[in-house]
Design a protein around this ligand. Structure first.
Ligand code: MG
Length: 258
């Protein structure tokens, strides 16, 4: 099931996305919150009449760096012995259709298309064989990065944590085998990144085990699993789209911060 979060007439709700193709999609509004038991209300609204919001409101976004060998190499980095983990703050999260604001302190903004794992239940010290039980679903992410700032500053809090640097969406797909999906990024319709999730160095299972060894994950928390090769610049006015097989397309325009 594809679960979107949206606003219509000032009200915010979750809905199950039904139908195929951009014109035929409707949302069946969900009663309650989708991580627990929920029912579909039967009340339907056309997708093109709502504003999509980030599909989850995470308590935290834990991101993994350098998880595809070709991407590590393109930036001149070694594949790390242990996964590189960092946070993106909740204030960095935006939805599909929202604008990425080019930060004033950077001259080199990059896109990074990533598969995002959405957690469905509170968990800690998750054993590998239980990982599937704590995952709610998957969505597309863009780990937007001020590359010059990342190189200049030892920690990545500003380079990867500025407002609007974490587009997520368009919705969460709950019924998906994530292990071998195409993942791509286009800028103004031109392909920049193309990879397969099977090329991840550490699998989703490895990452959930590694992260929950240290911290509790809560329903709605998000793990970004790293980006394939082909990262490149974004400029004001560009439209960047991240598409993952079986999920959909996350689209955002880059604007100057007002
Ligand atoms: Mg990344």
């Amino acid at each position: 099931m594809r679960i979107a979060r949206f606003s219509i007439d000032g009200n915010v709700a979750f809905g199950a996305v039904e139908g195929e193709g951009p014109d035929g999609l409707v949302l069946d509004i969900i009663k309650g919150i989708p991580y627990a038991e929920f029912e579909l209300s039967g009340t339907k609204v056309p997708l093109n009449k709502v504003r999509l919001l980030p599909p989850v409101l995470p308590n935290k976004v834990v991101a993994i760096g350098r998880n595809y060998a070709e991407h590590a190499a393109e930036l001149g980095n070694e594949v790390p012995d242990v996964p590189v983990a960092f946070f993106k703050p909740t204030t960095s999260v935006i939805g599909s259709g929202d604008a990425i604001e080019y930060p004033s302190f950077s001259n080199e903004l990059h896109h990074e298309a990533e598969l995002a794992v959405v957690i469905g239940r509170m968990c800690r010290e998750v054993p590998r064989e239980r990982v599937k039980d704590v995952v709610f679903g998957y969505t597309c992410a863009n780990d937007v990065t001020a590359r010059d700032v990342q190189k200049r500053e030892k920690q990545w809090a500003r380079a990867k944590g500025f407002d609007t640097s974490c587009p997520l969406g368009p919705w969460v797909e709950t019924d998906l085998d994530p292990h071998d999906l195409t993942i791509q990024a286009t800028v103004n319709g031109e392909q920049r990144q193309l990879g397969r999730t099977s090329d991840m160095i550490r699998s989703i299972e490895d990452l959930v085990v590694h992260i929950t060894e240290a911290m509790t994950l809560l329903p709605g928390d998000v793990i970004l699993t790293g980006t394939p090769a082909g990262v490149g610049p974004l400029h004001v006015g560009d439209e960047v789209a991240v598409t993952i097989e079986g999920i959909g397309t996350l689209t955002n325009k880059v604007i100057k911060r007002g």
